[in-house]
Design a binder for this molecule. Structure first.
Ligand code: PMP
Length: 395
């Protein structure tokens, strides 16, 4: 039986129209199919391959750790060098209050941990989040996403969830003394890469401080250099109380974290002890890979030319049918007139050797989220292919 048939028979599908490209090799910004076709990766699967696919430093760090140990009992019982070195590195990139790291396996799990931590620390019941926000697919994270159509068939979900409107100051009045945490994305990951207003975010920070709610920045998609800074909160001149991390953190290995102050995090130690645990969180091999990712971003100065790369994409992709260009750094969205038109353009891009897609909560906008390592000729090829694809569709 062909792999395609086995794929459709034995792999749980998430839609009726899987892309079904069979990839057997990936390196840098490129994927190669079993048929030998090469594709430039403009989605990085999604926002994961910040240092490119199989960066040699990441591969080497994984191999080195494999020769020592892979998994030990977790729950903070053993001192594991890969975890300590990584936590030390991450906290060195952050303001002083974000000095304590809890490792998990995925973004959703980081959000779940942050929700529990905020409720436990503040002793308050409610969580606020924003319209069109994405925070994950597990039931707690799903409860706070900002799109009813994704939630309605999974109810009952968590009670006490308050939905706020981006850039609507009045909606912030809903943040009251019963709110444990406000979750926010520095660039809305599934709404089409739209960035909130700086003054608005500063007001959210102020409001949280006033009522004693913790401000949680979801940096799962924005983190590790993607917007041109280590973390997106840095664009707003504020400091959150908790951040959530995953995706680009592992350079292709599954790892996430929530980070806060030692004072806040200490509530997880008791009453009950082991009140928040995870078997694989901070797995030594994943942690070693993650440290290599951060060192690579630093040593290769990958953040230095993100703004130049952003400008190249925005300048080189030109067509009158593009309604709007959104985003920050290498998180860019191109809005077209309809889902149908965009689908045709995406198909043409794939035929031309460029992989892109759309957003969960904005199906008219094309996602551009390449590895940060993407080179100038690769950007030129991507933009040329996208321009040609648009021309094909518009005739
Ligand atoms: N938060 C944001 C902002 C995300 O983009 C995602 C993943 N798209 C998640 C949370 C959930 O992460 P994961 O898929 O690893 O559970």
């Amino acid at each position: 039986m062909q792999n395609r048939e086995l794929f459709l028979r034995h792999l749980a599908q998430t839609s009726d129209f899987p892309l079904s490209l069979e990839i057997d090799f990936a390196e840098g910004s490129w994927l190669r199919s079993t048929k030998g076709e090469r594709y430039l990766d403009l989605i990085s699967g999604i926002a994961v391959s910040n240092v490119g696919h199989r960066h040699p430093n990441v591969v080497e760090a994984i191999k080195t750790q494999l020769d020592k140990y892979m998994h030990l009992m977790v729950y903070g019982e053993y001192i594991q060098a890969p975890q300590i070195l990584l936590a030390n590195k991450i906290t060195s990139l952050l303001p002083n209050n974000l000095d304590n790291v809890y490792f998990v396996n995925s973004g959703s799990e980081a959000v779940e941990g942050a929700m529990k931590l905020a409720k436990r620390f503040t002793n308050k019941p409610n969580i606020a989040s924003f319209q069109k926000a994405y925070h994950g697919s597990t039931q707690g994270a799903l409860s706070i996403i900002g799109d009813e159509s994704f939630k309605q068939n999974f109810r009952p979900l968590l009670p006490g969830i308050i939905q706020l409107d981006y850039d609507n100051i009045d909606s912030l009045n809903l943040i009251d003394k019963n709110v444990a945490a406000v979750f926010i994305e520095g660039v809305r990951g599934e709404a089409g890469y739209i960035m909130p207003d700086v003054t608005f975010v500063k007001t959210v920070r102020k409001k949280c401080t006033e009522v004693g709610a913790l401000l949680v920045f979801d940096e799962i998609q924005t983190g590790f250099g993607r917007t041109g800074k280590w973390f997106s909160f840095e664009h707003f001149g504020i400091v959150p109380d908790i951040i959530t991390l995953a995706k680009g953190m592992g350079g292709g290995m599954p790892i996430g974290a929530f980070v806060s102050s030692q004072k806040i995090m200490s509530v997880l130690k008791s009453n009950p002890i082991l009140g928040h645990i995870t078997t694989f969180g901070g797995n030594a091999v994943c942690a070693a890979a993650s440290l290599a990712v951060i060192e690579t971003i630093e040593n290769e100065k990958l953040m230095d030319d993100i703004a130049i790369k952003e400008a190249m994409f925005l300048d080189l992709i030109q067509h009158h049918s593009i309604i709007q260009k959104n985003g920050k750094g290498l998180m860019l969205g191109l809005e077209f007139e309809s889902f149908e038109i965009l689908q045709e353009i995406i198909q043409q891009c794939i035929l031309g050797g460029v992989i892109t897609d759309w957003f969960l909560f904005n199906d008219k906008t094309m996602r551009i989220c390449p590895p940060l390592t993407i080179s100038t000729p690769e950007i030129q090829f991507a933009c040329e292919t996208i321009n040609n694809a648009i021309k094909q569709v518009y005739g």
